[in-house]
Design a binder for this molecule. Structure first.
Ligand code: G3P
Length: 215
C-alpha cells in the first residue's frame, strides 16, 4: 500500500519524506487554507520536493472550468494529479483530462456507485472519505471493501485511495483490504511508528548497556 501524506504543510511533508516512506501528497482547499500562505507558492514548493504524485484540487464546478483549471494546475509539475469533487460535471472533466494523459483523483466519494462512475470515466484514483462516513454513524471502511470488490470484479485500473483517515486502525484495515493508497495526516502517520513496549524496550536496553559500560 502506498503512503500519501494528507497535508499542505511543508515541514510535515519534508519530515515524512525524510523517513523514506512517502509515495505522494494529497491536498485540498481546507488544508491549503490552514497554512495561511499563497497557494501558488505552496503548490510550486510541494511539487518540487515530492518525487511522487501530488493531488491539487480545482474549485470550479462546471466541466469547462474543471478542465481549464486542471490543465493550468499542471504547470507546477508533471507529478500533479488533478483533484475533482465527485459530481456529474466532473465525470466529463475526468474523461477529457484523462484523454490528454492528465491523471484525475476523484474526491469526496461516499458511495460505491460514485466510485464505479469515476472508474468508468477514467479517474486514476478514487478518494472515498472513511472518517466523514464514521462521523455520521456509517462504517467508512465498509465502503472501501465494496469499492475494492467492484474494481477487482471488473478489472478497473483506478486506484483506491483511502482518504479522511483519522486513526491508525483506518490505515491498518485499508492495508488488510488491499487498498492501493492511504492518504494519512502527519500526526496519524507518526503514530504508526509508536508502541509503548518499543519505548520501554529501548529504555531497558539503554539502562542495561550503561550498567555494562559504566561498571
Ligand atoms: O483527503 C481528504 C481528507 O483531507 C479529508 O479528511 O479529516 O477532513 O475528513 P477529513
Amino acid at each position: 500500500m502506498k503512503f500519501f501524506i494528507d497535508s499542505a504543510n511543508i515541514d510535515e511533508i519534508k519530515t515524512a519524506l525524510s523517513w523514506g516512506v512517502l509515495d505522494g501528497v494529497t491536498t485540498n482547499p481546507s488544508l491549503v487554507a490552514k497554512e495561511g500562505k499563497k497557494p501558488d507558492q505552496m503548490y510550486a514548493q510541494i511539487c518540487e520536493i515530492v518525487p511522487g504524485p501530488v493531488s491539487l484540487e480545482v474549485v470550479g464546478l462546471s466541466t469547462k472550468e474543471m478542465v481549464e483549471e486542471g490543465k493550468a494546475l499542471r504547470k507546477y509539475g508533471d507529478n500533479v494529479v488533478v483533484k475533482l469533487p465527485m459530481t456529474t460535471a466532473s465525470l466529463g472533466a475526468t474523461k477529457e483530462l484523462a484523454k490528454d494523459g492528465i491523471p484525475v483523483n476523484m474526491t469526496l466519494c461516499f458511495s460505491p456507485l460514485q466510485a464505479l462512475l469515476a472508474a468508468k470515466a477514467g479517474a486514476a484514483y478514487i478518494s472515498p472519505f472513511v472518517g466523514r462516513l464514521d462521523d455520521i454513524s456509517a462504517v467508512g471502511m465498509d465502503l472501501i471493501a465494496q469499492i475494492i470488490q467492484i474494481y477487482d470484479q471488473y478489472e478497473f485500473d483506478t486506484e483506491v485511495l483511502v482518504a479522511s483517515i483519522r486513526n491508525p486502525i483506518h490505515a491498518l484495515e485499508a492495508a488488510l483490504m488491499g487498498a492501493d493508497v492511504a492518504t494519512i495526516p502527519f500526526k496519524v502517520m507518526e503514530q504508526f511508528a509508536k508502541h509503548p513496549l518499543t519505548d520501554k524496550g529501548i529504555e531497558t536496553f539503554l539502562a542495561d548497556w550503561k550498567k555494562v559500560t559504566h561498571a
